[in-house]
Design a protein around this ligand. Structure first.
Ligand code: ADP
Length: 625
């Protein structure tokens, strides 16, 4: 017996805030506390099992892993214990007294007071243990670490600001929870209640969960093999969904899943899920991958990056291999041929699953795309092997669709005009700025669809997306636009204007040679007097803007100004030039037109003050000074 007095410790401020929330704000689905605790026990056993793979003697004579539940109705206490890894004093303080994850602050910020949302966040942020205080007014946790000589520890708290710690007497490894239920939560002591909760949430836990009745008789509540090992025809959709919610800590059903029991050269089972919502940290560098690796049903590791490419890191699920050695390490995985085969096949499976979703349920796929489209686009740069699949999965906003609707390349091609050879797109900061771009005038006039690439990553993606179905993807704001047969008449007119305006354009070019490479006549415009275009090989205005925003050095390229020969301003300027080539006002007019072309495409102008003063001068003149 230890004689040490309990030491009182304060919870970290974030934990206090959480506990407060758990105790005072979350009322629905209180039963999930049991799921969370069983899941912790299962994780703890996974870890013990893993550590003992290399030194089986660590387990002593307690080699049968088990989670035990018992209810003491008289005392109002529910007990849950496991013979998992247990915790040392330091681990206990670290794991249960604090929240280490940097996501916590974000979590607390995101809390909305909306219970359903907050509950699902609780799962995502891994604060499951604290849910026990929804039903308990006191919790005693006794734990002993596997293999360590350190003493067993007893932790006790009422869920207020503090807890106590002291050494304890506990012989075997693992963790035991004594849950003192609140007066009005005593229903969790009923056998049938416990049975039904365990069956609902935890039947696929890989270790036996045994309920001991008042006579000491044990009943295993989850006698079946783990879900992914059962025959597909024996599993209902609800069971698949429930399993997903368990592994992903998600309250929402997945959008789609795929269960594959593969036999042959490489033998494995995979169960893959597409979540409905992106996790908050999807784009953070430390974002974990969503697949867990098992070998012959034994849990090996979470966050197994070797099973799928990074751009599919949002996929959740498990892979259970028959061929890998049980003591496989992360280092070994990277070079392992079996893993590489599984990686390839699993990648294909996910992409096919998404394609099927897109084909069968466009609305769901649009929801998927909104959440995960940007991540999928990362794939274009990393995944030459699956480029064809990715091209069929990619979606864009489009001049033919309302905002937040997405066009596929397949459908774009179906809707192409007779005589249209290429697929047109424009890159811009936003849909609004794409819509306002003068570069699209001719497309609108000719009713040709233009895809809007308004996600910053699109600039990089498009470099690997040069063609689809034998058609080139062409930037509507770059190069000398050629709409082929669709602009035959305009081309003729362009040629005539080109020679008529020759001298005038030369003058424009010379006077603006600090910014312009060339001035030429275009068929691109219908309403605007002029616009700027970049060469095929140049960055383009949008990419320049993005690079500058990220503080990268950009070599500014001179651009080409294209004139609309039928626009009254251009015609008039031409007349003035013809009548008086040395007119001193010409340079100012030229400059203002170039500045306006910049503004129209959403680019900044080099000297706003000088622009404003020039335009004010024109206004004053017009208004009669
Ligand atoms: P999560 O399980 O999502 O990490 P929890 O708040 O439920 O969050 O648990 C915090 C940590 O406490 C766990 O990550 C684990 O390290 C430790 N823990 C909880 N329950 C047990 C247990 N039964 N055995 C060993 N460690 C546990």
């Amino acid at each position: 017996m230890t004689t040490q007095t309990p030491q009182k410790m304060e919870f970290q401020a974030e934990v206090k805030q959480l506990l407060n929330l758990v105790i005072h704000s979350l009322y629905s689905h209180k039963e999930i506390f049991l799921r969370e605790l069983i899941s912790n026990s299962s994780d703890a056993i996974d870890k013990a099992r893993f550590e003992s793979l290399t030194s089986i003697e660590l387990l002593g004579d307690d080699a049968t892993f088990k989670i035990r539940i018992s209810a003491d109705k008289d005392a109002g206490i529910l007990r849950i214990s496991d013979n998992g890894i247990g915790m040392t004093r330091e681990e206990l303080i670290q794991n249960i007294g604090t929240i280490a994850s940097s996501g916590t602050k974000k979590f607390l910020e995101q809390l909305s007071g909306d219970q359903k949302k907050d509950m699902s966040l609780i799962g995502q942020f891994g604060v499951g243990f604290y849910s026990v205080f929804m039903v308990a007014d006191k919790v005693v946790l006794t734990t002993k670490r596997l293999g360590a000589d350190a003493p067993a520890m007893r932790w006790e708290s009422s869920g207020d600001g503090s807890y106590t710690l002291e050494e304890a007497d506990k012989l075997g490894r693992g963790t035991e929870l004594e849950i003192h239920l609140k007066e009005d939560e005593k229903e969790f002591l009923d056998d049938w209640k416990i049975q039904s909760i365990v069956r609902k949430y935890s039947e696929y836990i890989a270790y036996p969960i045994a309920l001991t009745d008042k006579d000491g008789k044990e009943e295993v509540l989850n006698a079946k093999p783990p879900l992914w090992r059962r025959s597909k025809s024996d599993i209902t959709k609800e069971q698949y969904h429930e399993f997903y919610k368990h592994i992903a800590h998600d309250e929402e059903d997945p959008l789609a899943y795929s269960h594959n029991q593969v036999e042959g050269a490489v033998e494995y089972t995979s169960l893959l899920y597409i979540p409905a919502k992106a996790p908050f940290d999807l784009y953070q560098p430390e974002r974990k991958h969503g697949l867990s690796l098992y070998v012959k049903r034994v849990f090996i590791m979470n966050d197994c990056k070797e099973l799928l490419p990074t751009y599919l890191r949002f996929v959740r699920g498990i892979v259970d291999s028959e061929d890998l050695p049980l003591n496989v390490s992360r280092e070994l995985l990277q070079k392992n041929a079996v893993i590489q085969k599984i990686h390839q096949a699993t990648t294909k499976k996910v992409l096919n699953l998404l394609e099927t979703l897109a084909r069968e349920d466009a609305e769901k796929y649009a929801a998927f795309w909104k959440e995960f489209g940007t991540v999928i686009k990362e794939g274009f740069h990393m995944n030459w092997e699956n480029l064809d699949e990715l091209k069929r999965l990619v979606r864009f906003e489009s001049s033919k669709l309302a905002a937040d609707h997405y066009q596929s390349l397949q459908d774009y091609v179906v809707g192409m005009k007779d005589g249209q050879k290429d697929i047109y797109y424009i890159t811009a900061e936003s849909r609004k700025s794409a819509e306002g771009s003068p570069h699209l005038e001719v497309f609108r006039k000719k009713d040709i669809e233009v895809l809007y690439l308004v996600d910053p990553i699109d600039e990089w993606m498009i470099q690997s997306l040069s063609d689809f179905d034998g058609k080139k993807l062409v930037n509507a704001a770059k190069g000398d636009l050629d709409l082929g047969d669709l602009s035959k008449d305009e081309k003729k007119h362009q040629k005539e204007a080109q020679s008529e305006y020759k001298k005038f354009m030369k003058d424009f070019e010379e006077k603006m040679s600090d910014t312009l490479k060339e001035v030429r006549v275009t068929t691109r415009l219908a309403e605007s007097p002029c616009c700027l275009v970049s060469g095929e090989e140049e960055l383009g205005a949008n990419l320049e803007r993005i690079l500058k925003m990220t503080n990268q050095k950009v070599k500014e390229s001179k651009r080409t100004l294209e004139l609309n020969p039928d626009h009254p301003i251009i015609k008039k300027l031409h007349d003035i030039y013809e009548a008086e080539p040395a007119n001193p006002k010409l340079p100012d007019w030229y400059r203002v037109l170039v500045d306006q072309a910049l503004l129209a495409e959403g680019s900044p102008i080099p000297e706003p003050a000088s622009y404003v003063s020039k335009v004010n001068g024109f206004l004053a003149e017009m208004l009669g000074k």
